[in-house]
Write a protein that binds this ligand. Structure first.
Ligand code: PMP
Length: 429
């Protein structure tokens, strides 16, 4: 089929009639489908049910260092969990600090600490004469932007290229403005594009020369081992060691969790950073808690044992997720290929497909899909303040519905894209 833009007004109106008829038919199916949030499906959660059996009333609940995990204490996390999460983060154990059940929570706390207490002895961000700023690679993760918006931190969009954030822009801004204190990064299988940062990008991050001594890279490696394919996986350079080599050991906070490995909301979260940064975090943590959930830490280590165990487990997740991504991609390819009304990512891992519609169409497409019972992530959510300047990006989350539901939802989505795009093109004919 030729591109919609090349069609005459009459041809477009004819196509629109036909599509509206189809749309009515799907509306009559009273679908109720949700492609809005990156949640694992029940089948994926079942993979970790064995974790409920590794600790029971007869289990030995003493960790490697002899501490009874049922009681208070061990602020940094039990040694075997530190080892597991350090391996997952690709850092030495001295560089890991175990937290509670959510890495987003750790990120929030880290920003809160910087606002109230300052970073490593520097003036608290909230006490400066002007609001501080964060760089936000876009499209990006809405909850990152939510944290910085909550604290009144000004957000600056930086385009996310196939190689990672536009580093020319990052270097220029970070080296010239001391009020720029951070950047949000999802370096591997990014939310939502699925891109992974190139080696050059990681090295340029390690060699940044920020104007602010308390500038930090917020490196959220949420999808570090979340590959879809066995034989085609992205590998990224490990940033903390590259920062050390570059003489910038304190430049990065790395965040990680087992949310999409075991149970979201009931996993283990950790921060990996230099010893100076971890000491800074501990000073705050000592007032915050008398220790995180060590039974959960023990449960995770007894279940996964080591990184080999985790990688094997992730292959089972991939076997469930892969057909879902493929179901959506095949509908997009078949129905939208060649029409020149949108482009989409082909991730090798992570949880999302990113769709770019014609400018000015994303909100209308999401609203249209809703009319037929399909909930998508709110248009604009992938941008700071929920404002996509092009109104173009839509995040597709294929993990939760079944493959059959996804095929139906994708059908509604492509119909919505076609109808909205035709209206847009007709406006200019
Ligand atoms: N970071 C990113 C990039 C995510 O996509 C998600 C989950 N959607 C999270 C963090 C949340 O992680 P956690 O459950 O550890 O808070």
């Amino acid at each position: 089929m030729s591109g919609y833009k090349e069609m005459s007004k009459e041809q477009l109106l004819h196509e629109k009639d036909m599509l509206e008829q189809k749309f009515k038919e799907v509306q009559d199916r009273n679908l109720k489908l949700d492609m809005s949030r990156g949640k694992p499906s029940a089948a994926q959660l079942n993979l970790s049910n064995g974790m409920m059996d590794v600790l029971n009333s007869t289990s030995d609940m003493v960790c490697e260092s002899g501490v009874d995990c049922r009681n208070y204490g061990v602020m940094d996390g039990i040694p075997e969990a530190r080892k597991l999460l350090a391996d997952m983060s690709e850092v030495p154990e001295k560089n890991i600090l175990i937290y509670g059940n959510s890495s987003l929570n750790v990120m929030f706390d880290t920003v809160a600490r910087a606002m109230v207490m300052g970073v490593c002895g520097h003036t608290p961000w909230s006490k400066l004469d002007k609001p501080v700023k964060f760089l936000c690679p876009v499209p990006g993760y809405d909850r990152h932007f939510g944290i910085t918006e909550f604290f009144g931190i000004e957000m600056i969009n930086v385009p996310l290229l196939p190689t990672g954030p536009d580093m020319d822009m990052v270097e220029e801004l970070v080296s010239s403005d001391p009020y720029i204190k951070g950047i949000w990064c999802v370096p591997k299988y990014s939310n939502p594009t699925g891109n992974s940062y190139s080696d050059e990008t990681v090295l340029r991050f390690a060699h940044l020369k920020p104007a602010a001594p308390d500038f930090r890279i917020f490196w959220d490696n949420a999808y570090s081992i979340h590959h879809l394919y066995d034989d085609d996986q992205d590998v990224i350079l490990e940033l903390l060691s590259e920062c050390e080599k570059a003489g910038n050991p304190d430049l990065v906070y790395k965040f990680i969790s087992t949310s999409k490995v075991s149970f979201p909301g009931s996993g283990i979260a950790a921060m990996a950073a230099s010893e100076a940064n971890l000491a800074d975090a501990r000073r705050y943590m000592n007032y915050q808690t008398i220790g995180h959930d060590k039974l959960n830490q023990l449960r995770h280590v007894r279940f996964f044992k080591d990184m080999d165990g985790m990688h094997e487990h992730m292959k089972k997740h991939a076997a469930i997720l892969r057909p879902k991504f493929e179901a959506v991609l095949s509908v997009l390819d078949k129905e939208l290929g060649g029409l020149e009304i949108g482009s989409w990512s082909r991730p090798k891992g992570g949880y999302f497909i990113s769709f770019d519609a014609m400018p000015g169409c994303a909100k209308a497409i999401v609203a249209k899909a809703k009319e037929a019972g399909v909930i998508m992530t709110k248009a604009g959510a992938t941008y700071p303040y929920g404002k996509d300047p092009q109104d173009s990006n839509i995040r597709i989350a294929p993990s939760f519905p079944t493959p059959e539901e996804l095929a139906a939802a994708a059908e509604v989505f492509v119909l919505s894209v076609k109808l909205v795009s035709i209206d847009k093109i007709l406006e200019n004919k």
